[in-house]
Design a binder for this molecule. Structure first.
Ligand code: CP
Ligand code: NVA
Length: 306
């Protein structure tokens, strides 16, 4: 496996499979009450420049549950806020800690950290990608659907960072992914091109949400205005209204469709309360799986890659 996970494009198909298998094994061990300590003495650093509940806590919990520890850093308190170069910060932190998870606006910043760090760098969300989110989501699909082959996944809503990571994962694993996004809010061209180059297949994007979910086994949605887009919120509400995941949309999908959302959810916007709380929703198991995949990511990058 490569040193870092910053886009998902660095992972081969077998790397994905190893991560899913390891996550399932570690989850089983945890449920059996086994207390692992193989990460003893290892430290995960987290630099988070945006809000987070799930990603931060699940990374820290994963590290602690494996016997390691973590240091949370706000970039506002670090010397980078006073113009110390990222390349210097990355090289210094690499002398103290064993891996670095970063959540920030700029994908380029995460890639700069990865370039100058001697330790694994993990993208914990940028404006462009949210790779570990989609790794854990596929783990949930494996559990709920018995695998991902032949499973039709419909992304409904904004062609955003999470959608971009779905596109990259679909290219690597040959997933049956259809995206339903409003005109003007389609995924970025460079992401579509990178995915098409990798898979040799066109990414299917429609502006019709009902076409996107037709026969779908999985419906996935996310907020209409991501972090950093708060000032576009009211304008986006109007454009995205037909893309709300509600009962009418579910009626167009498979009878046993599962509904996924990376959370946090805005009830009454991208998803209705009855669907989020209803029998098709798997969002709480999905959120739990972030911790199990993070265990696998950390163990693979810190210990197994050495
Ligand atoms: N899904 C997700 O990344 O949640 P947080 O923003 O709470 O980390
Ligand atoms: N697209 C969302 C995902 C949050 C986990 C955002 O970037 O805010």
């Amino acid at each position: 496996m490569k040193k870092d996970i910053v886009t998902l494009n660095e992972l081969e198909k077998e790397d994905f499979v190893c991560l899913f298998d390891l996550a399932l094994e570690l989850k089983k061990r945890e449920k059996m009450g086994v207390l692992d300590t193989f990460m003893a003495g290892r430290i995960l650093g987290l630099i988070f420049d945006k809000h987070s509940t799930r990603t931060r806590v699940s990374f820290e919990a994963a590290m602690h549950k494996m016997g390691g520890s973590s240091i949370y850093m706000s970039p506002r308190d670090m010397q980078v806020a006073r113009a110390e170069p990222v390349k210097d910060t990355a090289r210094v932190l690499s002398r103290y800690i064993d891996a670095l998870a970063i959540r920030t606006y700029s994908q380029e910043l995460i890639e700069e950290y990865a370039r100058y760090s001697g330790i694994p760098v993990i993208n914990a969300l940028s404006d462009k990608y949210h790779p570990c989110q989609v790794l854990s989501d596929i783990l949930t699909i494996i559990e709920k659907k018995g695998g991902y082959e032949g499973v039709r996944i419909a992304w409904v809503g904004d062609g955003n960072n999470v959608a971009h990571s779905w596109i990259m994962a679909a290219a690597a694993l040959d997933l049956d992914l259809v995206l339903g996004c409003p005109e003007g809010y389609m995924p970025d061209e460079d992401v579509l091109e990178a995915a098409e180059k990798r898979s040799g297949k066109q990414v299917y994007v429609t502006n019709d949400p009902f076409e996107a979910v037709s026969g779908a086994d999985v419906i996935y949605t996310d907020v209409w205005a991501s972090m950093g887009q708060e000032n576009e919120h009211s304008q986006r509400l109007a454009v995205f209204k037909p893309f709300q995941v509600n009962q009418a949309l579910l009626d167009a999908a498979s009878d046993d469709v599962i509904v996924m959302h990376c959370l946090p959810a805005h009830r009454g916007e991208e998803i209705t309360d009855d669907i989020l709380e209803g029998p098709h929703s798997v969002v709480w198991d999905q959120a739990e799986n972030k911790m199990h995949i993070h265990k696998a990511v950390l163990k693979s990058l810190i210990l197994d890659n050495r």
